[in-house]
Design a protein around this ligand. Structure first.
Ligand SMILES: Nc1ncnc2c1ncn2[C@@H]1O[C@H](COP(=O)(O)OP(=O)(O)OP(=O)(O)O)[C@@H](O)[C@H]1O
Length: 615
């Protein structure tokens, strides 16, 4: 029997209920002896020196084809040299960076290792990911690992993984980390909430720790030269990646700095001047820094694009091309490039291949699929009834204790326009539902305050435009409501992916009416694929609509989603695609998923008043 909505919300809320935390910083303080210890010695331990490079290059980047799987393109120089010249920026500080704040300060950080059982108690259910189909294609794909111990990430990084309470790698990490550690370019697609951030951060941090020391600009030169660049589409996501990367790189000597728009640039410049190994940035602010000659990309070894399909769609592509192709960044092949997202339309894959060299394509789960952890509901609601319908949902939720007994079960409501967000927030507050809002017309301070207030449960409803659709990892989001559905099914996938993360269950409700007809078919297909109940009326809408309509970028067949090079139409000058591929879990064979990417890709053509809140 199908359970009621309120039961589901309550269950989802119970799964998302916060755990008691206690503060204990005592165990993660820097060592007390003021002795300089180069980062590589701290990380590797005396008995486990880093592997020697197959052929150590000195000086310039080794613009390897990426064909060999022997290790990083920036393998460490011979051991004596290496010991004297660790890769991280921390080597300039003469030991531990005493100004490095402890990013674990506000969490319970015991030295006790976390057991599998304990991890499951935190709600992270790894079994949820076990039978996920995995497809890789490209030449000489390094094999996946099952444990972090199988990968030589170094002691300091391993300590931080333990502090993060990661017991074992998620599927995307199992596959992506060895690929990146082998120096290969990567286009990786894995479901929302499945741990992609660590999948690109670990190899970058490890590579900088063990890589050749970088030649830094002489003192007095104000241009800084990061070794790694991580780009993301929104300010909040860049901030989040920065927070995560700081945790992973704590006490490794690798310094991470963030730069994003809407915040005073002077503070960011000061942070940059203190040194930067990994720069996390939004494209607009980065272009500003490049034009002021305060950042040079000439020493970039690692380039990661999070939400890569969004970064390369029509809104961002010119800026990304400018940053990657028209400034001083080493070209593809001379740097290592990693692209990650939960969705990767083929047209974007084609564009993305310009930035990659001899890359491996990795799909964990079907490209663009939503996770089965999210219970998806779609309800027919006329425009004029949406508010009262939302009110019914929230009352039922309240009656079931979702926001009563369990204080922090959070509801995220997506709307189409910034004005619509403000109006709905106002109306909710008037009706005694504490709400706040995040969208592109709010100041950065207001945006950050809204997110903080939502996360803390003070305002357990957040009304948002698509600015909050991607990447944000907010604990305890029990329910995502698509008050207005997006035009694009990929946006829907990212929006609902704010719940049902890291193995936890979630609930997503969509209000559908005639205005969403062009989405009917892809929504029905997506739900069916995720084993959700598709209402008969939605199927009838789908039959009436065609894939060609609207702005649905999956026009022409949603399930063409896999490595576009395998469609046989891939022909690029000097193609480096080897065509080899393998798959597990019955996903690799082409049967049933041959539909191409036929319809025109319309991007995110926001009209007046329509969501355009990207940074
Ligand atoms: N190996 C692991 N063990 C336990 N938790 C993990 C592990 N890896 C990641 N996590 C946690 O899982 C959550 C989701 O990770 P992350 O934000 O990287 O997902 P994502 O795949 O980037 O999602 P999205 O597609 O929405 O951007 C985070 O809270 C993260 O700390």
């Amino acid at each position: 029997m199908r359970s009621s909505w309120a039961d589901l919300a309550a269950n989802s809320a119970a799964e998302n209920a916060p755990l008691p935390t206690s503060v204990n910083n005592a165990t993660s303080q820097p060592p007390s002896r003021p002795v300089y210890v180069p980062p590589h010695l701290r990380n590797r331990g005396a008995t486990a020196p880093p592997p020697l490079p197959a052929s150590a290059s000195s000086g310039n980047f080794n613009a390897s084809s990426g064909n060999d799987n022997s290790g990083s393109r920036w393998a460490p120089p011979p051991r004596n040299d290496y010991r004297a010249r660790p890769g991280g920026y921390g080597n300039r500080t003469g030991g531990w960076d005493r100004r490095e704040a402890n990013p674990f300060a506000d969490q319970d950080d015991t030295e006790e290792p976390v057991t599998q059982e304990e991890q499951e108690n935190t709600g992270i259910n790894f079994d949820a990911y076990e039978d996920i189909p995995v497809e890789t294609s490209g030449g000489n794909v390094p094999p996946p690992v099952n444990t972090f111990a199988e990968i030589d990430l170094g002691d300091a990084l391993n300590d931080n993984i333990r502090r993060c309470k990661y017991v074992k790698p998620t599927p995307v990490q199992r596959h992506a980390i060895p690929i990146s550690l082998a120096g290969r370019d990567l286009m990786a697609c894995a479901q929302t909430g499945s741990g992609k951030t660590a999948a690109f951060c670990f190899p970058i941090i490890s590579g900088i720790m063990t890589g050749q020391p970088a030649q830094r600009p002489p003192r007095g030169v104000r241009t800084v030269c990061p070794l790694a660049l991580v780009l993301s589409p929104t300010r909040e996501l860049s901030m989040q990646i920065h927070e995560e990367a700081r945790k992973f790189s704590y006490q490794t000597g690798v310094r991470v700095v963030v730069a994003y728009g809407g915040a005073p640039i002077n503070q960011q410049l000061r942070e940059l001047e203190r040194g930067v190994d990994i720069l996390v940035a939004t494209p607009g602010r980065l272009v500003d820094l490049l034009e002021r000659a305060r950042v040079s990309l000439s020493m970039i070894r690692y380039l990661a694009l999070d939400e890569a399909d969004r970064m390369l769609d029509m809104g961002f592509e010119p800026q990304i091309r400018k940053i990657v192709e028209q400034m001083d960044m080493p070209p593809a092949g001379a740097r290592q490039t990693m692209l990650f997202s939960a969705t990767f339309p083929k047209e974007i894959q084609r564009l993305a291949s310009d930035f990659l060299s001899n890359y491996i394509f990795l799909a964990v789960g079907r490209v663009g699929s939503s996770t089965d952890l999210i219970d998806q509901r779609v309800e027919y609601v006329q425009e004029s009834d949406k508010r009262s319908h939302l009110m019914d949902l929230l009352h039922a939720q309240r009656a079931n204790g979702v926001q009563g007994k369990l204080q922090q079960a959070l509801t995220l409501v997506f709307v189409e326009t910034k004005k619509g967000a403000d109006a709905l927030e106002h109306w909710l507050c008037l009706n005694n539902f504490p709400a706040t809002t995040i969208h592109g017309d709010r100041t950065q301070q207001e945006r950050e305050a809204a997110l903080k207030s939502f996360k803390s449960g003070k305002t357990p409803i957040l009304v948002a435009t698509d600015v909050a659709a991607r990447g944000l990892d907010i604990p305890h989001v029990a329910h995502v409501v698509n008050f207005d559905l997006p035009n694009d099914i990929d946006d829907y996938v990212h929006r609902i992916g704010r719940t049902g993360r890291a193995g936890k269950k979630g609930l997503a409700t969509a209000f559908f009416n005639e205005n969403n007809t062009s989405l009917a078919r892809s929504l029905g297909d997506l739900m069916q694929e995720a084993n959700q109940e598709v209402p008969a009326w939605l199927t009838r809408f789908a039959a009436r609509s065609s894939y060609g309509g609207g702005k649905n970028r999956r026009s022409g067949g949603r399930f063409g989603g896999r490595d576009f090079r395998r469609d046989g139409t891939f022909s690029r000058g000097g193609s480096d695609y080897h065509g080899a591929g393998n798959s597990s879990g019955g996903y690799g064979a082409s049967g049933g998923y041959g539909g191409g990417y036929g319809g025109g890709y319309a991007g995110n053509s926001a009209g007046p008043g329509v969501t355009s809140a990207w940074d």
